[in-house]
Design a binder for this molecule. Structure first.
Ligand code: NOJ
Length: 760
């Protein structure tokens, strides 16, 4: 018995030391500061600089990790973390190299773009935001964290919270659209989902990106400059970053753009004055990929040594992929171009992140094979993804209640996106496939529906365009002529009662490096849709897209349009759920859909001009407008239909006046006047009528996603306090100014009832 006990103690001691290496953070009262300070006192300058290096893994053969080049760098203490590596065994092996073969056994961070799920894939973030369902979004992030953390990942490059007013920018797909209030709520929900309690092994560290203003890249062209007033930054674009930080996000990623002429990665005002000193950020700052090297192209320096020193001095802690820190900082230190305090600060921030994650206590915390098998892609996770996908779809048009479809007759499913399992998950997906639309419809339609299929056309006639899809799996190209494909499509259409046209963008057409200058349906797809429409058969356009598109012709000519974005691994089943009425669509747009690309950039919460048009008015000479298109959006922010109908009535304010420290209640009654139960997203907008700076025509300041059974009414209340009325004035002071405020409540940003009150 005594021997057994002795063996047990020895074994436990041995296991904990294998886990922790020679330096171990015990669960004692030893503070993080002490622990990190103690560790740093043992580190050479080179080892400290090594921690600042976030490297790709390069070429690693499974089973041969120990012999890889990256393993050699890890042994020398030249790597602080590895990005974009998937595969539990390889991650575990490389962690073992760090723990067993590097001098101080400092574990590595493993970071990945887990931006809408890991193996279970949720809708792309833009789509997720259209659910306005913060609980579901938080849960999606939780599930992503559970799955990623079971597969070696302790750090996600998410949330991406860049506000965007311009659908030409392909990366609008990765964020929450155009509104800062909603964007802040989504950012908070995502961070809470990823990282609430690092003592658990299912929480991973969030990384808020791209700091800052990346979504305002000029002309919607990726990596382009941003030029913006400070009042706009503070009143709009900064809000979601700040919200994510307030929710505790442990890291921040710099953006590629310039701000006031200085790239974010070299911008001391942004990274030090604002982020560290004003916002009191305690985590670590990583650059975006190769952003330090790119400072040379930006004209900020002529060699890697110069720009690396610049980035460190500005406040960057970790260099993603440029190898500038690891290769040049020592020399800069020797030449007095940087000082050791800066290296120490950066190193400390990174070691603190490792400490907070619990990696010193157990470097293999995120490498549990049993958890990987048990927790990845579970039925329960997939059910959540399917539900959130149904909530993210936006019903843009439904003439004569064409939808939902009845479960009988023959349906022709036509289009290049109908049978494209590799196209369902969308940009930045860890998993590569979901069921194709055809498979999903077959599974959800039931036995009484016959489903026919024709491809109809390729994604586009332009082969070169298709080749340029860089991220995502390119769509297969059919070698038949477009005439042949169209003929087949019309034959299939002729045999059917209804047509589902599966058209739009491929997954690779949005996301990074996928800007577009024309947002209309692509050439052959437009021709196909027009030809199908001439058959006179009812058509449902099931639209795949990673951004707002220009759908003018479609809105005028196609009776039903369901925007399904890229709905993730369960998208196909979710589309079936909505098309056949098992789920009632409830999503509402979080980015306005323009009438044409020339209206961009646009956001519903713009400032007024001195010569505005009245609502619904066009054209009035010498007013702020276009000769060739009205100022209206085709589908405004907040818009989305349902299979039922809602009536808004009886808007009230509890008082016509608000004291600075008091509150008033704005309420409205919403009634489900249709025959189906449904969820409605009730939106409240405010306008500060007179201010010391020009204030937006309206700003979202509250929303509620509610459930109403058919025939049911509910009174919906919003509390308004002076905090909600605050904004940054031209001295960048956060204040609420007394005077008149308009409150607007309704189903979208253009359809509302309004009342006014005074802030005293
Ligand atoms: C570049 C992208 O801009 C960023 O969003 C991403 O997190 C990194 N690459 C890492 O993949």
């Amino acid at each position: 018995m005594k021997i057994k006990k002795y063996l047990f103690i020895v074994l436990s001691f041995w296991i904990s030391n294998i886990w922790a290496g020679p330096i171990k953070a015990t669960k004692s009262k030893q503070s993080m500061d002490e622990f990190v300070g103690n560790l740093m006192s043992k580190m050479t300058v080179d080892e400290k600089i090594g921690q600042l290096n976030l490297s790709g893994a390069g070429y690693v053969v499974a089973g041969q990790e120990m012999n890889s080049d990256i393993a050699k760098s890890i042994c020398k203490g030249q790597v602080g973390g590895i990005l974009s590596l998937k595969g539990l065994n390889t991650i575990r092996e490389l962690q073992t190299v760090a723990v067993k073969k590097s001098r101080l056994s400092i574990p590595l961070l493993f970071g990945l773009d887990v931006i809408h799920g890991y193996e279970t894939t949720f809708p792309i973030p833009l789509a997720m935001s259209c659910s306005w369902d913060m609980d579901a979004i938080e849960k999606a992030a939780r599930i992503a964290a559970i799955e990623a953390s079971a597969n070696g990942i302790c750090w996600t490059f998410s949330p991406m919270v860049d506000i965007c007013h311009d659908g030409r920018w392909g990366r609008i797909a990765e964020g929450a659209g155009e509104d800062p209030f909603l964007g802040a709520a989504v950012a908070t929900a995502l961070v809470k989902g990823y990282q609430e309690d690092f003592s658990s092994n299912t929480d991973i560290m969030a990384c808020v990106k791209h700091f800052a203003l990346y979504g305002a890249a000029e002309a919607g062209r990726d990596y382009n400059l941003v030029d913006m007033s400070k009042t706009r930054m503070f009143n709009e674009y900064f809000l979601p970053y700040k919200a994510a930080l307030d929710a505790g996000a442990g890291s921040v990623m710099t953006s590629f753009n310039t701000i006031n002429g200085i790239p974010s990665t070299a911008n001391k005002w942004l990274l030090t004055d604002l982020l560290r000193n004003q916002w009191n950020f305690k985590g670590f700052v990583v650059t975006d990929a190769t952003a330090i090297a790119e400072l040379i192209n930006h004209g900020m320096g002529s060699n890697m040594q110069e720009v690396s020193a610049l980035a460190l001095n500005a406040g960057v802690d970790m260099d993603m992929g440029s190898q500038g820190f690891v290769n040049t900082l020592k020399q800069s230190l020797n030449e007095g171009k940087i000082n050791e305090d800066e290296i120490n600060n950066a190193c400390r921030h990174i070691l603190e992140a490792k400490y907070k994650l619990g990696l010193f206590g157990n470097p293999y915390k995120y490498c549990d094979v049993n958890r990987s098998m048990k927790d990845t892609g579970t039925q329960e996770h997939r059910a959540s993804a399917r539900k959130l996908a149904t909530e993210s779809f936006v019903l843009l048009k439904n003439e004569n209640n064409l939808l939902p479809l009845q479960r009988k007759g023959t349906i022709a499913v036509i289009g290049p996106l109908a049978d494209a399992s590799n196209n369902m998950v969308g940009t930045w997906s860890v998993a590569k496939n979901g069921k194709s639309l055809i498979e999903g419809l077959k599974q959800t339609a039931g036995n009484d529906v016959k489903i026919l299929y024709a491809r109809g056309c390729n994604l586009t006639n332009d082969e070169k365009f298709q080749e340029r899809e860089t991220i995502g799996s390119p769509l297969y190209r059919d070698n038949r002529s477009k005439e042949e494909m169209l003929k087949e499509a019309l034959e299939v259409a002729g045999k059917s009662d209804i047509i589902i046209a599966a058209l739009g963008e491929s997954a690779g057409m949005s996301g990074e490096s996928s800007s577009r200058s024309d947002l209309r349906m692509l050439d052959v797809q437009q021709e196909l849709l027009e030809a199908l429409s001439k058959t006179g058969k009812p058509i449902v356009l099931v639209l795949f897209n990673g951004r707002p598109l220009v759908l003018k012709w479609e809105k005028e000519n196609i009776p039903a349009i369901l925007d399904v974005w890229f709905g993730g691994s369960e998208a196909a089943l979710a589309i079936g759920d909505v098309l056949f009425g098992d789920a009632n669509p409830s999503g509402k747009l979080t980015a306005s859909f323009p009438q044409n690309v020339g209206q961009l950039p646009y956001s519903y919460n713009h400032l007024n001009t001195g010569r505005p048009l009245e609502k619904g008015q066009w054209f009035r000479k010498f007013h702020s407008e276009y000769l060739d298109v009205s100022n209206d959006m085709l589908f405004p922010f907040g818009f989305g239909l349902s299979y039922t109908s809602y009536q808004y009535s009886d808007m009230r304010l509890s008082s016509p006046a608000l004291n600075a420290d008091g509150s008033i209640m704005a309420s409205i009654t919403v009634t489900n006047t249709g025959k189906r139960d449904g969820d409605e997203i009730v939106q409240m907008y405010l306008q500060d009528v007179v201010g010391s700076i020009s204030r937006p025509v309206k700003e979202l300041k509250g929303f509620k996603r509610i459930h109403l059974n058919a025939g049911e009414s509910k009174q919906i209340n919003f509390t308004i306090t002076s905090d909600l009325l605050k904004f940054y004035n031209d001295k960048l002071q956060l204040i609420a100014e007394p005077g008149e405020f308009r409150v607007m409540i309704g189903p979208d940003s253009e359809d509302y009832q309004s009342q006014s009150f005074k802030l005293e």
